[in-house]
Structures are given as structure tokens and as C-alpha cells.
Design a protein around this ligand. Structure first.
Ligand SMILES: O=c1ccn([C@H]2C[C@H](O)[C@@H](COP(=O)(O)OP(=O)(O)OP(=O)(O)O)O2)c(=O)[nH]1
Ligand SMILES: [Mg+2]
Length: 179
């Protein structure tokens, strides 16, 4: 067992597919969404109102700010998948190139870095999520089973100055190691 994918236990009965490659030489394993989702367009009326008000230094209604923050926050699309790999390997999550073109969907963190110590970490099984922001003008519906991103396994290298003292045991993801 070198590297691969497993279904996270809470999705055991949900009939999910493991990530797969769609052509003979595809580098990326396509990941499907594990749930129906709606990703709202960032160009919401309230968001524009907030921008306008900030520009003109007007007082902004609190609920407009709250709405804008909700829309601007990237959505986390659940995949129901966890990935094991060798300690000197990383799984890079990249967008599908058709996503921005056809649906205005971008991955705001550029790429997702899935560390090998995320798998079965101290606080969860290590489910992989895809962060998505919708730059299009319409809300986008994503159906369970739709392909949303691709994962590429890569080896990574260590620097001569790699500092053992900075290391802690991974206890989750998305900021678990602090600011
Ligand atoms: O698109 C992503 C990016 C990350 N992760 C998970 C796997 C990864 O191992 C972990 C931590 O990611 P990263 O190191 O990029 O984020 P961080 O903000 O530094 O969080 P942490 O403090 O937990 O390292 O979050 C995902 O599921 N999807
Ligand atoms: Mg990190």
C-alpha cells in the first residue's frame, strides 16, 4: 500500500466513487462532490451595496455586511474521501480548468495541499475538502457525484535547514497549527 484513497466512514453507505483518472495519461485523480451544494455568486446585491457604501464612507447596515461575509467566505465542498501516501509525498488539489471557464468557480487558495499526516489525524479521519469561490454572476448548483477538482500525488524535498523543533503532531486541518 503506497498511496491511495479511502471513503470516510460516515459516508460508508452513500455510494461514493473513489477518485479516478479519465484518460490514460491524466496526472490528476478527479474528485466528486459528496453532497448537493449551491455556491452563491459573489456578485450579490448586498455585496455591491457594501462595496459602494465603503467607497463612499457611508454607514453600512450590519446585515448587509453579514450577508457579504457569508457570500465571500469560500465554501468547503465535502468529498467524503481521505488519502494515504508515503511520508515524503503530498497530494496537491488543483482546480479543473473548465471550472472557471464554464462556471466561474475558482479555488481561492490556488492549490490545496493535503499532507500525509492529515490522514487519520488526531481529531478527524482526514476528509479532503475543496475550497471554492464562485466569481460568476449566477449561483452554481453542484450535484452529488459531479467532478469538482483533481488530486495529483507528488514527492516533496526537505531544506538543509529543516527544523525539527518547529514540528508538532497534526491535529486537524484548516488552521489547526495556529495563525
Ligand atoms: O484544499 C485543502 C487544503 C487543505 N486541506 C486539509 C489537508 C491539509 O493537510 C490540511 C492543512 O492544510 P494547510 O497546511 O494548507 O492549511 P493551514 O491553514 O496551514 O492549516 P494547518 O494549520 O492545519 O496546517 O487541511 C483540505 O482538505 N483541502
Ligand atoms: Mg499548514
Amino acid at each position: 500500500m503506497k498511496r491511495g484513497f479511502e471513503i470516510v466512514s460516515k459516508y460508508a453507505d452513500e455510494n461514493l466513487s473513489l477518485p479516478y483518472r479519465t484518460t490514460e495519461n491524466a496526472a490528476g485523480y478527479d474528485f466528486e462532490s459528496a453532497a448537493d451544494m449551491v455556491i452563491p455568486s459573489i456578485w450579490k446585491l448586498n455585496f455591491l451595496k457594501v462595496l459602494w457604501a465603503l467607497k463612499h464612507e457611508k454607514t453600512v447596515r450590519e446585515d448587509s455586511i453579514a450577508e457579504a461575509k457569508k457570500v465571500l467566505k469560500p465554501f468547503l465542498i465535502p468529498t467524503g474521501i481521505k488519502s494515504y501516501m508515503q511520508p515524503d509525498e503530498v497530494l496537491v488539489i488543483a482546480n479543473r480548468s473548465s471550472n472557471p471557464l464554464k462556471r466561474g468557480l475558482v479555488i481561492p487558495n490556488g492549490i490545496g495541499v493535503i499532507d500525509s499526516d492529515y490522514y487519520n489525524n488526531r481529531s478527524n479521519e482526514g476528509e479532503i475538502f475543496v475550497q471554492i469561490l464562485n466569481f460568476g454572476i449566477t449561483d452554481i448548483k453542484i450535484k452529488k457525484g459531479e467532478r469538482i477538482a483533481q488530486g495529483i500525488f507528488l514527492p516533496y524535498l526537505l531544506a538543509d535547514q529543516d527544523d525539527q523543533r518547529k514540528k508538532q503532531t497534526r491535529s486537524g486541518g484548516f488552521g489547526s497549527s495556529g495563525q
